[in-house]
Ligand binder design. Sequence first.
Ligand code: AGP
Length: 610
Amino acid sequence: MCGIVGYIGSQQAESILLTGLKRLEYRGYDSAGLAIVGDDGLVVEKRKGKVDELRSAVDGQPLLGTLGICHTRWATHGPPTDANAHPHTSVSGDFALVHNGIIENHGVIRKRLKEKGYEFVSDTDTEVLVHLIEDIRRETDLSLGEAVRQALTQVVGTYGIAVVSSVDDQLIAARKGSPLILGIGDGEYFIGSDAAPLVEHTRQVVYLSDGEIVTVNRNGYEVKTIDNVPLEKEVHELEWDLSEIEKSGYDHFMLKEIMEQPESLSDSMRGRLLPDDPRVVLGGLYNHWDQIVDADRIIIAACGTSWHSALVGEYLIESFARIPVEVEYASEFRYRNPILRDGDVVIVISQSGETADTLAAVREARKNGVLCLGICNVVGSTIARETDAGVYLHAGPEIGVASTKAFTAQVTVLAMIALKLAENRTLSTAEMAHNLHALASIPDKVDEVLGMNDEIREMASVYRYASNFLYLGRGYNFPVALEGALKLKEISYIHAEGYPAAEMKHGPIALIDRFMPVVFIAMKDSTYDKVVSNIEEVVARDGSVIAITDEGNGELDKLCEYVLRIPKTEEFLSPLLTVVPLQLLSYHIAVMRGCHVDQPRNLAKSVTVE
Ligand code: AGP
Protein backbone atom coordinates (compact mmCIF):
# COMPACT_ATOMS: atom_id res chain seq x y z
CA MET A 1 0.00 0.00 0.00
CA CYS A 2 2.73 2.34 -1.00
CA GLY A 3 2.62 5.40 -3.23
CA ILE A 4 4.59 5.74 -6.47
CA VAL A 5 5.15 8.78 -8.69
CA GLY A 6 7.26 8.97 -11.87
CA TYR A 7 8.07 11.75 -14.31
CA ILE A 8 9.78 12.20 -17.67
CA GLY A 9 9.64 15.50 -19.50
CA SER A 10 11.23 18.88 -19.84
CA GLN A 11 10.64 20.18 -16.31
CA GLN A 12 12.89 19.54 -13.29
CA ALA A 13 11.50 16.31 -11.86
CA GLU A 14 12.28 16.79 -8.13
CA SER A 15 9.48 19.16 -7.11
CA ILE A 16 6.90 17.44 -9.35
CA LEU A 17 7.79 14.13 -7.72
CA LEU A 18 7.81 15.38 -4.12
CA THR A 19 4.56 17.35 -4.49
CA GLY A 20 2.90 14.32 -6.05
CA LEU A 21 4.30 12.02 -3.38
CA LYS A 22 2.93 14.23 -0.61
CA ARG A 23 -0.51 13.76 -2.18
CA LEU A 24 -0.06 9.98 -2.00
CA GLU A 25 1.13 9.93 1.59
CA TYR A 26 -2.20 8.48 2.76
CA ARG A 27 -1.13 5.27 1.02
CA GLY A 28 1.82 4.72 3.35
CA TYR A 29 4.04 6.97 5.33
CA ASP A 30 6.86 5.18 7.16
CA SER A 31 9.70 6.01 4.75
CA ALA A 32 10.21 7.80 1.44
CA GLY A 33 12.76 8.22 -1.31
CA LEU A 34 13.41 9.39 -4.84
CA ALA A 35 15.79 8.73 -7.73
CA ILE A 36 16.58 11.39 -10.33
CA VAL A 37 18.53 10.99 -13.57
CA GLY A 38 20.44 14.10 -14.58
CA ASP A 39 23.83 15.21 -15.80
CA ASP A 40 25.40 13.55 -12.75
CA GLY A 41 23.80 10.25 -13.69
CA LEU A 42 21.44 8.49 -11.29
CA VAL A 43 21.13 10.08 -7.83
CA VAL A 44 19.09 8.42 -5.06
CA GLU A 45 17.96 10.03 -1.78
CA LYS A 46 15.86 8.02 0.66
CA ARG A 47 15.15 7.75 4.38
CA LYS A 48 12.93 6.61 7.18
CA GLY A 49 10.12 9.08 7.90
CA LYS A 50 7.63 11.20 6.03
CA VAL A 51 7.81 12.97 2.68
CA ASP A 52 8.42 16.32 4.41
CA GLU A 53 11.60 14.91 5.99
CA LEU A 54 12.79 13.75 2.57
CA ARG A 55 11.96 17.17 1.11
CA SER A 56 13.99 18.97 3.79
CA ALA A 57 16.86 16.55 3.13
CA VAL A 58 17.05 17.51 -0.55
CA ASP A 59 16.08 21.16 -0.10
CA GLY A 60 19.69 22.05 0.65
CA GLN A 61 20.98 20.39 -2.51
CA PRO A 62 18.25 19.92 -5.13
CA LEU A 63 18.62 16.88 -7.38
CA LEU A 64 18.73 18.14 -10.95
CA GLY A 65 17.21 16.12 -13.78
CA THR A 66 14.05 15.76 -15.85
CA LEU A 67 13.56 12.03 -15.30
CA GLY A 68 12.77 10.43 -11.95
CA ILE A 69 10.72 8.21 -9.69
CA CYS A 70 9.79 8.33 -6.02
CA HIS A 71 8.04 6.28 -3.36
CA THR A 72 6.31 6.53 0.01
CA ARG A 73 6.25 3.25 1.88
CA TRP A 74 3.92 1.11 3.96
CA ALA A 75 6.26 -1.60 5.22
CA THR A 76 5.42 -5.24 4.57
CA HIS A 77 8.87 -6.84 4.46
CA GLY A 78 11.58 -5.20 6.61
CA PRO A 79 11.03 -2.47 9.22
CA PRO A 80 10.96 1.24 8.26
CA THR A 81 14.68 2.04 7.94
CA ASP A 82 16.81 4.08 5.54
CA ALA A 83 18.11 0.88 3.91
CA ASN A 84 14.63 -0.59 3.44
CA ALA A 85 13.23 2.63 1.97
CA HIS A 86 12.72 2.74 -1.79
CA PRO A 87 14.15 3.29 -4.42
CA HIS A 88 16.40 0.24 -4.45
CA THR A 89 19.44 0.56 -6.72
CA SER A 90 21.20 -2.05 -8.84
CA VAL A 91 24.74 -3.12 -7.88
CA SER A 92 26.02 -1.30 -11.00
CA GLY A 93 24.21 1.83 -9.86
CA ASP A 94 22.77 2.08 -13.36
CA PHE A 95 19.13 1.90 -12.42
CA ALA A 96 16.71 2.29 -9.54
CA LEU A 97 13.32 0.77 -8.82
CA VAL A 98 10.32 1.51 -6.61
CA HIS A 99 7.68 -1.12 -5.81
CA ASN A 100 4.19 -1.31 -4.32
CA GLY A 101 3.11 -4.86 -3.49
CA ILE A 102 4.65 -8.14 -2.29
CA ILE A 103 7.10 -10.41 -4.18
CA GLU A 104 5.96 -13.72 -2.67
CA ASN A 105 8.80 -15.84 -4.16
CA HIS A 106 11.49 -13.36 -3.08
CA GLY A 107 13.14 -16.05 -0.92
CA VAL A 108 13.80 -18.40 -3.88
CA ILE A 109 15.04 -15.58 -6.12
CA ARG A 110 17.22 -14.13 -3.33
CA LYS A 111 18.88 -17.52 -2.74
CA ARG A 112 19.61 -17.97 -6.45
CA LEU A 113 21.07 -14.46 -6.77
CA LYS A 114 23.13 -14.81 -3.59
CA GLU A 115 24.67 -17.98 -5.05
CA LYS A 116 25.60 -15.82 -8.06
CA GLY A 117 27.35 -13.36 -5.73
CA TYR A 118 24.75 -10.63 -5.39
CA GLU A 119 24.88 -8.87 -2.01
CA PHE A 120 21.68 -7.62 -0.45
CA VAL A 121 21.66 -4.37 1.58
CA SER A 122 18.02 -4.42 2.71
CA ASP A 123 15.45 -6.79 4.25
CA THR A 124 12.90 -6.02 1.57
CA ASP A 125 11.31 -8.42 -0.91
CA THR A 126 11.65 -5.66 -3.52
CA GLU A 127 15.45 -5.71 -3.67
CA VAL A 128 15.44 -9.12 -5.37
CA LEU A 129 13.75 -7.51 -8.39
CA VAL A 130 16.55 -4.97 -8.81
CA HIS A 131 19.26 -7.65 -8.81
CA LEU A 132 17.21 -9.97 -11.02
CA ILE A 133 16.85 -7.24 -13.67
CA GLU A 134 20.57 -6.50 -13.39
CA ASP A 135 21.40 -10.17 -13.75
CA ILE A 136 19.27 -10.49 -16.89
CA ARG A 137 20.96 -7.41 -18.40
CA ARG A 138 24.41 -8.81 -17.58
CA GLU A 139 23.60 -12.10 -19.26
CA THR A 140 21.90 -10.57 -22.31
CA ASP A 141 22.04 -7.28 -24.16
CA LEU A 142 18.37 -6.65 -23.63
CA SER A 143 17.01 -3.12 -23.24
CA LEU A 144 15.96 -2.01 -19.77
CA GLY A 145 12.28 -2.44 -20.69
CA GLU A 146 12.85 -5.97 -21.97
CA ALA A 147 14.97 -6.95 -18.95
CA VAL A 148 12.27 -5.64 -16.59
CA ARG A 149 9.59 -7.53 -18.53
CA GLN A 150 11.57 -10.77 -18.42
CA ALA A 151 12.27 -10.38 -14.72
CA LEU A 152 8.58 -9.88 -14.04
CA THR A 153 7.75 -13.16 -15.76
CA GLN A 154 9.72 -14.85 -12.93
CA VAL A 155 7.90 -13.03 -10.14
CA VAL A 156 5.05 -14.47 -8.05
CA GLY A 157 3.06 -11.89 -6.12
CA THR A 158 1.79 -8.38 -6.63
CA TYR A 159 3.49 -5.32 -7.91
CA GLY A 160 3.24 -1.81 -9.16
CA ILE A 161 6.76 -0.79 -10.13
CA ALA A 162 8.58 2.10 -11.76
CA VAL A 163 12.17 1.97 -12.97
CA VAL A 164 14.61 4.59 -14.26
CA SER A 165 18.19 4.20 -15.39
CA SER A 166 21.13 6.47 -16.09
CA VAL A 167 21.76 4.58 -19.31
CA ASP A 168 18.32 4.40 -20.93
CA ASP A 169 16.49 7.77 -21.06
CA GLN A 170 13.23 6.00 -20.25
CA LEU A 171 10.66 5.46 -17.52
CA ILE A 172 9.42 1.88 -17.20
CA ALA A 173 6.33 0.94 -15.18
CA ALA A 174 4.32 -2.25 -14.75
CA ARG A 175 1.46 -3.58 -12.63
CA LYS A 176 -0.04 -6.76 -11.28
CA GLY A 177 -2.35 -6.34 -8.34
CA SER A 178 -1.28 -2.79 -7.40
CA PRO A 179 -2.77 0.23 -9.20
CA LEU A 180 -0.79 2.40 -11.66
CA ILE A 181 -1.92 5.22 -13.92
CA LEU A 182 -0.03 6.89 -16.78
CA GLY A 183 -0.65 10.64 -17.13
CA ILE A 184 -0.21 12.13 -20.60
CA GLY A 185 0.91 15.74 -20.53
CA ASP A 186 2.07 18.13 -23.21
CA GLY A 187 5.45 16.58 -24.11
CA GLU A 188 5.76 15.08 -20.63
CA TYR A 189 4.50 11.96 -18.89
CA PHE A 190 3.60 11.07 -15.32
CA ILE A 191 3.16 7.78 -13.46
CA GLY A 192 1.07 7.59 -10.28
CA SER A 193 -0.44 4.97 -7.96
CA ASP A 194 -3.66 6.98 -8.35
CA ALA A 195 -4.83 10.25 -9.87
CA ALA A 196 -3.85 12.53 -6.95
CA PRO A 197 -0.27 13.32 -8.14
CA LEU A 198 -1.39 13.72 -11.78
CA VAL A 199 -4.51 15.91 -11.58
CA GLU A 200 -2.67 19.24 -11.36
CA HIS A 201 -0.65 18.40 -14.50
CA THR A 202 -3.05 16.59 -16.82
CA ARG A 203 -6.52 15.07 -17.11
CA GLN A 204 -5.54 12.59 -19.82
CA VAL A 205 -4.78 9.23 -18.26
CA VAL A 206 -4.29 5.60 -19.17
CA TYR A 207 -5.21 3.03 -16.53
CA LEU A 208 -2.75 0.13 -16.60
CA SER A 209 -4.37 -3.25 -16.01
CA ASP A 210 -2.85 -6.33 -14.39
CA GLY A 211 -0.06 -7.90 -16.43
CA GLU A 212 0.78 -4.73 -18.36
CA ILE A 213 4.08 -2.86 -18.73
CA VAL A 214 4.62 0.61 -20.22
CA THR A 215 7.84 2.04 -21.61
CA VAL A 216 7.77 5.84 -21.66
CA ASN A 217 10.22 7.90 -23.70
CA ARG A 218 10.32 11.65 -24.11
CA ASN A 219 8.22 11.48 -27.27
CA GLY A 220 5.75 8.75 -26.46
CA TYR A 221 4.90 5.49 -24.72
CA GLU A 222 4.26 1.87 -25.56
CA VAL A 223 2.10 -0.51 -23.56
CA LYS A 224 2.57 -4.26 -23.79
CA THR A 225 1.47 -7.29 -21.82
CA ILE A 226 4.11 -8.99 -19.66
CA ASP A 227 4.02 -11.69 -22.38
CA ASN A 228 5.18 -9.08 -24.91
CA VAL A 229 1.90 -8.48 -26.77
CA PRO A 230 1.59 -4.79 -27.83
CA LEU A 231 -1.65 -3.09 -26.62
CA GLU A 232 -3.69 -0.06 -27.72
CA LYS A 233 -4.95 1.51 -24.46
CA GLU A 234 -7.91 3.87 -24.14
CA VAL A 235 -7.14 7.38 -22.85
CA HIS A 236 -9.60 8.50 -20.15
CA GLU A 237 -10.49 12.00 -18.83
CA LEU A 238 -9.98 12.52 -15.07
CA GLU A 239 -13.10 13.88 -13.27
CA TRP A 240 -11.61 15.31 -10.09
CA ASP A 241 -9.82 18.67 -9.91
CA LEU A 242 -6.98 19.84 -7.69
CA SER A 243 -9.16 21.75 -5.21
CA GLU A 244 -10.95 18.53 -4.35
CA ILE A 245 -7.74 16.96 -3.10
CA GLU A 246 -6.69 19.95 -1.00
CA LYS A 247 -7.76 20.61 2.65
CA SER A 248 -9.74 23.75 1.81
CA GLY A 249 -8.77 25.42 5.08
CA TYR A 250 -9.65 22.48 7.35
CA ASP A 251 -7.01 21.17 9.78
CA HIS A 252 -7.46 17.65 8.50
CA PHE A 253 -8.85 15.87 5.44
CA MET A 254 -11.01 13.78 7.79
CA LEU A 255 -12.80 16.87 9.16
CA LYS A 256 -13.16 18.30 5.64
CA GLU A 257 -14.68 15.03 4.44
CA ILE A 258 -17.06 14.82 7.43
CA MET A 259 -18.18 18.39 6.75
CA GLU A 260 -18.57 17.70 3.02
CA GLN A 261 -21.25 15.04 3.57
CA PRO A 262 -24.27 17.22 2.73
CA GLU A 263 -22.66 17.85 -0.70
CA SER A 264 -21.28 14.35 -1.22
CA LEU A 265 -24.68 12.85 -0.37
CA SER A 266 -26.45 15.24 -2.75
CA ASP A 267 -23.90 14.32 -5.44
CA SER A 268 -24.48 10.59 -4.89
CA MET A 269 -28.24 11.15 -5.35
CA ARG A 270 -28.03 13.63 -8.24
CA GLY A 271 -29.78 12.43 -11.39
CA ARG A 272 -30.61 9.15 -9.64
CA LEU A 273 -33.18 10.04 -7.00
CA LEU A 274 -36.37 11.38 -8.56
CA PRO A 275 -38.82 11.61 -5.65
CA ASP A 276 -41.48 13.46 -7.64
CA ASP A 277 -41.73 10.77 -10.29
CA PRO A 278 -41.28 8.73 -7.96
CA ARG A 279 -38.37 6.56 -9.16
CA VAL A 280 -34.70 5.77 -8.84
CA VAL A 281 -32.40 5.74 -11.89
CA LEU A 282 -29.22 3.70 -11.67
CA GLY A 283 -27.85 3.79 -15.21
CA GLY A 284 -24.81 1.72 -14.29
CA LEU A 285 -27.01 -1.27 -13.44
CA TYR A 286 -29.47 -0.85 -16.30
CA ASN A 287 -28.13 -3.69 -18.48
CA HIS A 288 -28.34 -6.19 -15.61
CA TRP A 289 -31.39 -4.89 -13.75
CA ASP A 290 -33.70 -7.78 -14.64
CA GLN A 291 -31.14 -10.27 -13.35
CA ILE A 292 -30.82 -8.29 -10.10
CA VAL A 293 -34.62 -8.11 -9.68
CA ASP A 294 -34.85 -11.90 -10.18
CA ALA A 295 -31.89 -12.70 -7.91
CA ASP A 296 -32.44 -15.66 -5.55
CA ARG A 297 -29.72 -14.37 -3.27
CA ILE A 298 -27.49 -11.30 -3.03
CA ILE A 299 -24.02 -11.64 -1.48
CA ILE A 300 -22.27 -8.43 -0.46
CA ALA A 301 -18.50 -8.67 0.07
CA ALA A 302 -16.28 -5.89 1.42
CA CYS A 303 -13.71 -4.89 4.06
CA GLY A 304 -13.58 -2.47 6.98
CA THR A 305 -15.97 0.46 6.80
CA SER A 306 -17.32 -0.78 3.48
CA TRP A 307 -18.25 -4.03 5.23
CA HIS A 308 -20.22 -1.98 7.77
CA SER A 309 -22.18 -0.27 4.99
CA ALA A 310 -22.78 -3.73 3.50
CA LEU A 311 -24.46 -4.74 6.78
CA VAL A 312 -26.80 -1.75 6.51
CA GLY A 313 -27.37 -2.83 2.88
CA GLU A 314 -28.46 -6.27 4.10
CA TYR A 315 -31.13 -4.72 6.33
CA LEU A 316 -32.25 -2.38 3.50
CA ILE A 317 -32.49 -4.96 0.68
CA GLU A 318 -34.05 -7.70 2.79
CA SER A 319 -36.67 -5.39 4.29
CA PHE A 320 -37.57 -3.55 1.06
CA ALA A 321 -36.93 -6.12 -1.67
CA ARG A 322 -37.40 -9.34 0.34
CA ILE A 323 -34.34 -10.84 -1.38
CA PRO A 324 -32.08 -12.84 0.97
CA VAL A 325 -28.75 -11.08 1.52
CA GLU A 326 -25.52 -12.47 2.95
CA VAL A 327 -22.69 -10.14 3.98
CA GLU A 328 -19.16 -11.48 3.71
CA TYR A 329 -15.74 -10.29 4.80
CA ALA A 330 -14.06 -10.28 1.38
CA SER A 331 -10.89 -11.72 2.91
CA GLU A 332 -12.83 -14.79 4.13
CA PHE A 333 -15.07 -15.06 1.07
CA ARG A 334 -12.11 -15.37 -1.29
CA TYR A 335 -10.63 -18.41 0.48
CA ARG A 336 -13.57 -20.38 1.76
CA ASN A 337 -14.61 -21.71 -1.65
CA PRO A 338 -18.08 -20.15 -1.33
CA ILE A 339 -21.12 -21.93 -2.78
CA LEU A 340 -22.21 -19.74 -5.67
CA ARG A 341 -25.19 -20.71 -7.78
CA ASP A 342 -27.11 -19.42 -10.77
CA GLY A 343 -29.48 -16.80 -9.46
CA ASP A 344 -26.85 -15.38 -7.10
CA VAL A 345 -25.69 -11.81 -7.51
CA VAL A 346 -22.48 -10.63 -5.83
CA ILE A 347 -22.09 -6.97 -4.90
CA VAL A 348 -18.68 -5.71 -3.76
CA ILE A 349 -18.23 -2.39 -2.00
CA SER A 350 -14.93 -0.53 -2.02
CA GLN A 351 -14.22 3.20 -1.68
CA SER A 352 -10.78 2.94 -3.27
CA GLY A 353 -11.70 0.19 -5.70
CA GLU A 354 -8.24 -1.27 -5.08
CA THR A 355 -8.58 -3.31 -1.89
CA ALA A 356 -6.85 -6.61 -2.66
CA ASP A 357 -9.25 -8.89 -0.75
CA THR A 358 -12.31 -7.25 -2.30
CA LEU A 359 -10.76 -7.47 -5.78
CA ALA A 360 -10.18 -11.18 -5.15
CA ALA A 361 -13.86 -11.54 -4.21
CA VAL A 362 -14.75 -10.03 -7.61
CA ARG A 363 -12.52 -12.57 -9.36
CA GLU A 364 -14.01 -15.40 -7.27
CA ALA A 365 -17.53 -14.40 -8.30
CA ARG A 366 -16.59 -14.04 -11.96
CA LYS A 367 -14.70 -17.34 -11.94
CA ASN A 368 -17.98 -18.95 -10.85
CA GLY A 369 -19.92 -17.17 -13.59
CA VAL A 370 -21.94 -15.10 -11.11
CA LEU A 371 -22.99 -11.52 -11.92
CA CYS A 372 -20.67 -9.23 -9.97
CA LEU A 373 -21.54 -5.59 -9.34
CA GLY A 374 -19.39 -2.90 -7.74
CA ILE A 375 -20.12 0.11 -5.56
CA CYS A 376 -16.94 2.20 -5.77
CA ASN A 377 -15.84 5.79 -5.30
CA VAL A 378 -12.62 5.96 -7.33
CA VAL A 379 -13.44 6.24 -11.03
CA GLY A 380 -11.41 3.91 -13.19
CA SER A 381 -10.24 1.84 -10.22
CA THR A 382 -9.45 -1.82 -10.76
CA ILE A 383 -12.60 -3.12 -9.05
CA ALA A 384 -14.73 -0.70 -11.09
CA ARG A 385 -13.10 -1.98 -14.27
CA GLU A 386 -13.27 -5.69 -13.38
CA THR A 387 -16.90 -5.88 -12.17
CA ASP A 388 -19.71 -6.51 -14.69
CA ALA A 389 -21.39 -3.23 -13.81
CA GLY A 390 -21.78 -0.92 -10.87
CA VAL A 391 -22.56 2.39 -9.23
CA TYR A 392 -20.05 5.13 -8.50
CA LEU A 393 -20.54 6.99 -5.21
CA HIS A 394 -19.66 10.41 -6.68
CA ALA A 395 -18.56 11.38 -3.16
CA GLY A 396 -15.36 13.06 -4.45
CA PRO A 397 -11.85 12.09 -3.39
CA GLU A 398 -11.56 10.67 0.15
CA ILE A 399 -8.02 11.31 1.39
CA GLY A 400 -8.33 10.82 5.15
CA VAL A 401 -7.46 7.20 5.98
CA ALA A 402 -10.52 6.97 8.22
CA SER A 403 -13.43 6.62 5.83
CA THR A 404 -16.37 8.94 6.54
CA LYS A 405 -18.23 10.44 3.56
CA ALA A 406 -17.71 7.20 1.60
CA PHE A 407 -19.66 5.30 4.29
CA THR A 408 -22.68 7.57 4.09
CA ALA A 409 -22.54 7.62 0.28
CA GLN A 410 -22.34 3.80 0.24
CA VAL A 411 -25.41 3.54 2.49
CA THR A 412 -27.22 6.04 0.24
CA VAL A 413 -26.46 4.00 -2.90
CA LEU A 414 -27.57 0.80 -1.13
CA ALA A 415 -30.79 2.54 -0.06
CA MET A 416 -31.42 3.60 -3.68
CA ILE A 417 -30.82 0.02 -4.89
CA ALA A 418 -33.18 -1.36 -2.22
CA LEU A 419 -35.90 1.19 -2.97
CA LYS A 420 -35.61 0.61 -6.73
CA LEU A 421 -35.96 -3.13 -6.10
CA ALA A 422 -39.00 -2.41 -3.94
CA GLU A 423 -40.74 -0.43 -6.71
CA ASN A 424 -43.92 -2.29 -7.76
CA ARG A 425 -42.78 -5.11 -5.49
CA THR A 426 -43.32 -4.17 -1.86
CA LEU A 427 -43.93 -0.41 -2.10
CA SER A 428 -46.90 1.44 -3.56
CA THR A 429 -46.25 4.59 -5.57
CA ALA A 430 -47.21 6.71 -2.55
CA GLU A 431 -44.86 4.78 -0.24
CA MET A 432 -42.13 5.05 -2.88
CA ALA A 433 -42.62 8.82 -3.10
CA HIS A 434 -42.60 9.12 0.70
CA ASN A 435 -39.36 7.18 1.09
CA LEU A 436 -37.61 8.93 -1.78
CA HIS A 437 -38.53 12.32 -0.37
CA ALA A 438 -37.24 11.20 3.02
CA LEU A 439 -33.94 10.21 1.42
CA ALA A 440 -33.78 13.48 -0.51
CA SER A 441 -34.09 15.41 2.79
CA ILE A 442 -31.08 13.66 4.35
CA PRO A 443 -28.35 16.09 3.17
CA ASP A 444 -30.04 18.99 5.00
CA LYS A 445 -30.49 16.87 8.12
CA VAL A 446 -26.81 15.88 8.03
CA ASP A 447 -26.03 19.58 7.83
CA GLU A 448 -28.06 20.10 11.03
CA VAL A 449 -26.12 17.34 12.79
CA LEU A 450 -22.82 18.94 11.68
CA GLY A 451 -24.07 22.06 13.46
CA MET A 452 -23.52 20.14 16.73
CA ASN A 453 -19.75 20.03 16.11
CA ASP A 454 -18.86 22.32 19.05
CA GLU A 455 -21.13 20.39 21.42
CA ILE A 456 -19.51 17.12 20.36
CA ARG A 457 -16.01 18.60 20.69
CA GLU A 458 -16.83 19.62 24.26
CA MET A 459 -18.13 16.14 25.01
CA ALA A 460 -15.01 14.61 23.46
CA SER A 461 -12.81 16.52 25.89
CA VAL A 462 -14.47 14.61 28.75
CA TYR A 463 -13.67 11.23 27.25
CA ARG A 464 -10.27 11.86 25.69
CA TYR A 465 -8.43 9.89 28.37
CA ALA A 466 -10.68 6.84 28.16
CA SER A 467 -8.84 3.60 27.41
CA ASN A 468 -11.89 1.63 26.31
CA PHE A 469 -15.25 2.40 24.67
CA LEU A 470 -18.34 0.33 23.91
CA TYR A 471 -20.76 1.18 21.10
CA LEU A 472 -24.24 -0.39 21.11
CA GLY A 473 -27.11 -0.23 18.65
CA ARG A 474 -29.96 -2.36 17.33
CA GLY A 475 -31.33 -3.07 13.86
CA TYR A 476 -30.16 -0.58 11.24
CA ASN A 477 -27.94 1.02 13.88
CA PHE A 478 -26.03 -2.12 14.92
CA PRO A 479 -23.65 -1.62 11.94
CA VAL A 480 -23.36 2.06 12.93
CA ALA A 481 -22.18 0.93 16.39
CA LEU A 482 -19.49 -1.15 14.65
CA GLU A 483 -18.55 1.82 12.48
CA GLY A 484 -18.34 4.22 15.45
CA ALA A 485 -16.03 1.80 17.25
CA LEU A 486 -13.83 1.39 14.17
CA LYS A 487 -13.48 5.15 13.70
CA LEU A 488 -12.35 5.61 17.29
CA LYS A 489 -9.97 2.64 17.16
CA GLU A 490 -8.25 3.58 13.93
CA ILE A 491 -7.54 7.27 14.64
CA SER A 492 -7.32 7.61 18.45
CA TYR A 493 -5.88 4.15 19.20
CA ILE A 494 -8.47 3.69 22.02
CA HIS A 495 -9.72 0.08 22.22
CA ALA A 496 -13.39 0.15 21.25
CA GLU A 497 -15.98 -2.49 20.41
CA GLY A 498 -19.35 -2.30 18.70
CA TYR A 499 -22.10 -4.78 19.49
CA PRO A 500 -25.77 -5.36 18.90
CA ALA A 501 -27.18 -3.88 22.14
CA ALA A 502 -28.94 -7.11 23.10
CA GLU A 503 -25.69 -9.03 22.76
CA MET A 504 -24.22 -7.09 25.66
CA LYS A 505 -25.77 -9.38 28.25
CA HIS A 506 -23.95 -12.34 26.68
CA GLY A 507 -20.52 -11.11 27.75
CA PRO A 508 -19.54 -7.47 27.15
CA ILE A 509 -21.62 -6.33 30.13
CA ALA A 510 -18.77 -7.73 32.26
CA LEU A 511 -16.67 -4.79 30.99
CA ILE A 512 -19.06 -2.19 32.34
CA ASP A 513 -17.88 0.04 35.19
CA ARG A 514 -17.66 3.79 35.70
CA PHE A 515 -14.53 3.97 33.54
CA MET A 516 -16.28 2.45 30.53
CA PRO A 517 -17.98 5.02 28.28
CA VAL A 518 -20.86 3.37 26.44
CA VAL A 519 -22.31 4.99 23.33
CA PHE A 520 -25.91 3.97 22.59
CA ILE A 521 -27.72 4.73 19.36
CA ALA A 522 -31.25 5.15 20.71
CA MET A 523 -33.39 6.60 17.96
CA LYS A 524 -37.14 6.45 18.65
CA ASP A 525 -37.72 3.54 16.21
CA SER A 526 -38.99 -0.01 16.43
CA THR A 527 -36.10 -0.96 18.73
CA TYR A 528 -36.23 2.08 21.05
CA ASP A 529 -37.86 0.49 24.10
CA LYS A 530 -35.43 -2.40 24.02
CA VAL A 531 -32.49 -0.01 23.73
CA VAL A 532 -33.73 2.01 26.72
CA SER A 533 -33.77 -1.10 28.90
CA ASN A 534 -30.23 -1.88 27.72
CA ILE A 535 -29.24 1.64 28.78
CA GLU A 536 -30.77 1.00 32.21
CA GLU A 537 -28.75 -2.22 32.51
CA VAL A 538 -25.53 -0.26 31.86
CA VAL A 539 -26.45 2.59 34.19
CA ALA A 540 -27.24 0.02 36.89
CA ARG A 541 -23.60 -1.03 36.65
CA ASP A 542 -22.23 2.52 36.86
CA GLY A 543 -21.46 2.75 33.15
CA SER A 544 -21.14 6.28 31.67
CA VAL A 545 -23.70 6.51 28.86
CA ILE A 546 -23.69 8.75 25.79
CA ALA A 547 -26.97 8.44 23.86
CA ILE A 548 -27.84 9.55 20.35
CA THR A 549 -31.58 10.04 20.00
CA ASP A 550 -34.26 12.10 18.27
CA GLU A 551 -34.58 15.86 18.65
CA GLY A 552 -37.14 16.67 21.34
CA ASN A 553 -36.68 13.39 23.20
CA GLY A 554 -35.94 14.21 26.86
CA GLU A 555 -36.64 10.74 28.26
CA LEU A 556 -32.96 9.75 28.45
CA ASP A 557 -31.61 12.84 30.19
CA LYS A 558 -31.82 11.32 33.67
CA LEU A 559 -30.13 8.11 32.58
CA CYS A 560 -27.27 9.42 30.45
CA GLU A 561 -24.14 11.60 30.93
CA TYR A 562 -24.66 13.04 27.47
CA VAL A 563 -27.63 13.01 25.13
CA LEU A 564 -27.10 14.12 21.53
CA ARG A 565 -30.42 14.94 19.90
CA ILE A 566 -30.41 14.73 16.11
CA PRO A 567 -33.15 15.30 13.48
CA LYS A 568 -35.80 12.60 13.05
CA THR A 569 -35.92 10.52 9.90
CA GLU A 570 -37.24 7.17 8.67
CA GLU A 571 -35.78 4.21 10.59
CA PHE A 572 -34.08 2.81 7.47
CA LEU A 573 -32.32 6.13 6.87
CA SER A 574 -31.21 6.76 10.45
CA PRO A 575 -27.67 5.32 9.91
CA LEU A 576 -27.00 8.31 7.63
CA LEU A 577 -27.53 10.65 10.59
CA THR A 578 -26.52 8.60 13.64
CA VAL A 579 -23.02 7.91 12.26
CA VAL A 580 -22.12 11.61 11.94
CA PRO A 581 -21.80 12.38 15.69
CA LEU A 582 -19.68 9.23 16.01
CA GLN A 583 -17.38 10.42 13.22
CA LEU A 584 -16.98 13.80 14.96
CA LEU A 585 -16.52 12.25 18.42
CA SER A 586 -13.67 10.06 17.22
CA TYR A 587 -12.15 12.97 15.28
CA HIS A 588 -12.08 15.35 18.25
CA ILE A 589 -10.83 12.73 20.71
CA ALA A 590 -8.01 11.86 18.29
CA VAL A 591 -7.06 15.53 17.81
CA MET A 592 -7.06 16.08 21.58
CA ARG A 593 -4.83 13.02 22.04
CA GLY A 594 -2.39 14.46 19.49
CA CYS A 595 -2.89 11.55 17.07
CA HIS A 596 -2.06 11.92 13.37
CA VAL A 597 -5.70 11.98 12.28
CA ASP A 598 -5.24 11.76 8.52
CA GLN A 599 -2.45 9.21 8.67
CA PRO A 600 -3.02 7.05 11.71
CA ARG A 601 -0.20 4.69 12.66
CA ASN A 602 0.08 1.35 10.95
CA LEU A 603 -2.78 2.14 8.51
CA ALA A 604 -3.06 3.14 4.87
CA LYS A 605 -5.96 4.34 2.75
CA SER A 606 -6.25 1.40 0.39
CA VAL A 607 -5.06 -2.04 1.34
CA THR A 608 -3.63 -3.38 -1.92
CA VAL A 609 -1.85 -6.35 -0.39
CA GLU A 610 -3.36 -9.34 1.42
C1 AGP B 1 -11.92 2.72 7.20
O1 AGP B 1 -11.88 3.91 7.85
C2 AGP B 1 -10.62 2.14 6.88
N1 AGP B 1 -9.81 3.01 6.15
C3 AGP B 1 -10.69 0.76 6.25
O2 AGP B 1 -11.37 -0.08 7.12
C4 AGP B 1 -11.38 0.70 4.87
O3 AGP B 1 -12.74 0.90 5.01
C5 AGP B 1 -11.11 -0.67 4.25
O4 AGP B 1 -9.73 -0.81 4.08
C6 AGP B 1 -11.84 -0.84 2.92
O5 AGP B 1 -11.39 0.08 2.00
P1 AGP B 1 -12.15 0.24 0.61
O6 AGP B 1 -13.54 0.72 0.89
O7 AGP B 1 -11.34 1.25 -0.14
O8 AGP B 1 -12.15 -1.11 -0.06
